[in-house]
Write a protein that binds this ligand. Sequence first.
Ligand code: PLP
Ligand code: COI
Length: 335
Amino acid sequence: MDWHKLPFGYQKTSYNLRSIYQNGVWSPLEAYDSEYLTLHMAATSLHYGQEIFEGMKAFKGKDDKIRVFRWEENAKRFQHSAKGVLMPEVSVELFREAIFKVILLNKEYVPPYGTGASLYIRPLMIGTGAEVGVKPADEYLFLVFVTPVGPYFKEGFKPVNMMISREYDRAAPLGTGTFKTGGNYAGGLRAIRKAHEMGYANAIFLDAKEKKFIDECGPANFFGIKQNTYVTPESTSILNSITNKSLLQIAQDLGMNTERRKVPVTELETFEETGACGTAAVISPIYKIFDPDTQKTYTYGDGEPGPVSSRLYKKLTAIQQGDEPDLHNWTTVVE
Ligand code: PLP
Ligand code: COI
């Protein structure tokens, strides 16, 4: 494996773990070496979108230990998503067992320290019970697979350009935006394709009701920096990013002020730095944001990452890799 050149993509590993939900209980986890599922053609996941997933990363440290970042937050968000689309919850204990076992079963795929790559852990749950009417299934599959990954944006920690999506929304104010369910990503595909066609790395979604406020940035949350303050949108239609939550804390640890509130598009003019943050994206600094409505382009810095984004990025990745003290107990060693 050429660890330094890994894209953010799927690579086959040795095993995935599965548990099935029947008659109100989850079965013990079983390891599979097959990458395929056999599914009933009327499964609710195929028709009515009963599908949720998570994403987290494990890192190999200088000390050769493997650390998982904030998995408990992902376990809780998985429960939040399950409730949102009427699926059964996976207990934190079962989630933990699945994550740690699947990493150990695929240990040789955890990228070495210093390569910039990590092991991406992807838990998912689907409705497997057959229904034709629109209602939740009575049977489900919980599966966790892993895959070694490099940076989400091919630029890595280099600023990217983004385009505001004026034509398409991702999620409605009282819709499913806070749940990590496949339908939100399907809903966003046209906006992302449009941004790519226009030469941008991704789309920035606005609040669907007024189209006045920033929601999020493709598969990542948005943040802006000004006057020693970290500002990030509050919205009922975005995914509550665990990376963002961590950056809010790190910003405070570094003596910055933090604000989570509505961020009007017009405020873009006032930021010194902007960025996208998420498990896959880590921090992707933003160089330019294009608004097709006003034909205005907001520019941040000179095409290099800004000083605050760089500081936040260094701190976050140092904690994740075990290079710096983990003051908030965010990492768990896998053993
Ligand atoms: N927003 C969306 C839509 C996402 O898919 C993700 C990725 O999980 C994020 C934000 C970032 O969340 P997190 O930092 O928890 O990975
Ligand atoms: C993540 O950051 O974990 C994501 O889920 C982003 C994307 C690949 C869906």
